[in-house]
Design a protein. Structure first.
Length: 317
């Protein structure tokens, strides 16, 4: 029986990108049953534009912006297909990309196949200096194992996606959710392949990147603080995480992000990254404050290393 295939495209205020992207995706994806575009709280006329391509293109619109991982999960929930193609709104597939990727799923343990992006490559992963690290592999002529499925250009087996539970929404609004599900997939005995044959062009012009360059730096605060403190602190991190997420969302919704808006979060990120959490058996924020920040925070002559007393006080409560 011929497998069913749907495409999921998350998008935010990107009518101008969809006008370029959708015609190419439709033309190069004749095997696809539905293209599900999740409009994540945008205010432009993208839904009106997408009606041009109905019924093949379905638009799911949010009232407010909820982020990449949640949007993708919701898009998947509107599909019953055997395979799911994840494509960003600035990715342009080349003809035959789906068929050339499907052959790898003859192995029932293959969870996902990453497409060959023109100006990128497969991640060559290593573990050294106590960190998970990767560089871009040089050999693009042969298939390689990949540590994660690319959230913006891949095809996945739906049955395994469901077993894994989809993207972990703790990473919302975006980034690291694909690495996380890749880790869970490999630990569960599944495989992820980077394939040279299915080719796409990624222009890297999404609205997420264009409007929020500083925001990408802020995201690492949520990733690193949440992960480390959830693992090592003796009390739950729920309230702190809500507070940080709220502040991040406020910055995200601003028309323009200023470096001064970002600096206090980068301060937190730098100092918490610097400290070894496994040695902390007590209040971690109090320990960091007493051992690293107190002198800098109280002596204004030493510079603006920590710029918001309200944040410090909240963390020390």
């Amino acid at each position: 029986m011929k497998p069913t295939i749907d495409i999921v495209i998350p998008s935010y205020n990107a009518e101008w990108l969809l006008e370029k992207n959708l015609p190419v995706v439709i033309k190069t994806s004749p095997e696809v049953d539905k293209i599900i575009v999740v409009d994540d709280g945008g205010t432009d006329n993208a839904p009106k534009y997408m009606k041009k391509w109905a019924p093949q293109v379905i638009c799911i619109r949010h009232e407010e912006n909820i982020g990449f991982s949640k949007s993708v999960n919701e898009g998947v929930s509107h599909s019953k297909a055997d395979f799911l193609v994840f494509i960003n709104n600035d990715v342009y597939p080349q003809s035959g990309y789906i068929q050339s990727a499907l052959k790898y799923f003859q192995d029932p343990k293959v969870f996902a196949v990453n497409f060959n992006e023109e100006n990128s490559s497969w991640p060559q992963v290593s573990w050294h200096s106590g960190k998970f690290q990767f560089v871009r592999g040089e050999d693009k002529k042969h298939p390689h194992f990949s540590a994660w499925p690319s959230g913006g250009s891949c095809i996945l087996r739906r049955s395994i996606w469901d077993k894994l539970g989809g993207f972990n929404e703790i990473y919302s609004p975006a980034y690291w959710e694909d690495i996380d599900i890749g880790w869970r997939a490999w630990r569960s005995g599944y495989k992820i392949i980077w394939a040279p044959e299915p080719k796409v062009v990624h222009h890297h012009e999404s609205t997420f990147g264009l409007k929020n360059k500083q925001y990408k730096s802020i995201l690492s605060v949520i990733d690193n603080i949440s992960a480390k403190i959830s693992e090592n602190i003796y009390r739950p991190f729920i309230e702190e995480q809500k507070y940080i997420s709220q502040k991040i969302q406020q910055l995200y919704r601003k028309v323009e992000n200023q470096l001064s808006d970002v600096s206090l979060w980068l301060d937190i990120f730098v100092f918490i990254k610097k400290y070894r959490f496994e040695n902390v058996k007590n209040e971690i924020f109090g320990f960091i404050y007493e051992n690293y920040l107190k002198e800098l925070y109280e002596d204004k002559q030493k510079g603006q290393y920590f710029t918001d007393p309200a944040v410090v006080n909240f963390m020390l409560q």
